[in-house]
Ligand binder design. Sequence first.
Ligand code: DHB
Ligand code: MG
Length: 209
Amino acid sequence: MTNEEQYIDSLFEQDEILENIREATSAAGMPDIAVAQGYGRLLTMLVSMNNVTNALEIGALGGYSGVCIARGLQQGGRLTCLELLPQFAEVAKTNVTKAGFGEQIDYMIGDAKLSLEQLVERNERFQFFFIDADKEGYPAYLEYAIRLADPGAIIVADNILLRGRTINENKQGPAVQAVRSFNETIVRDARLQSTILPGYDGLAIARVL
Ligand code: DHB
Ligand code: MG
């Protein structure tokens, strides 16, 4: 983290619930890669500003971003989380339940593309998407999000800088190439209005027109 990011984070009071989730996630042996605090706050704000009743998260990890999203939902709103690993989904479920959001969050376990295909078949619609899963999947996840979006829906994606690999020409692996392609699409696609924030590990934000 930069000194500027640290300074800004230090202005905010510790969020006990989210810090507990970070600790419980690490204690469960999972990687410490939950979304940055500042972006977690932004998720809550974007969800509440857009009157979201149905949100979709791709990549649950330990439930940190799930709580950030759930905090912004309208009364009676729901969050669906897609998670590849059943053991991660169990940890997330425990954590979000402790945080008071167990009733509002559903988990779909397994390959996100199969779950997304099911959501398309069921004709589900969402007003908010958070993409934070395997980076090679980002281009496909963006297409699915657009298909599942109500007009005006917000799509957010974490880690679009890949800790600098995105802008390092020597890096040409599949995740890096997928994220570069994702970034170009989200910026250029005529179906979207978009911006990219370069702070922390980079966050893309789009609105479906
Ligand atoms: C990393 C961070 C993330 O937020 C993520 O979703 C995946 C990987 C990382 O820093 O390696
Ligand atoms: Mg991430």
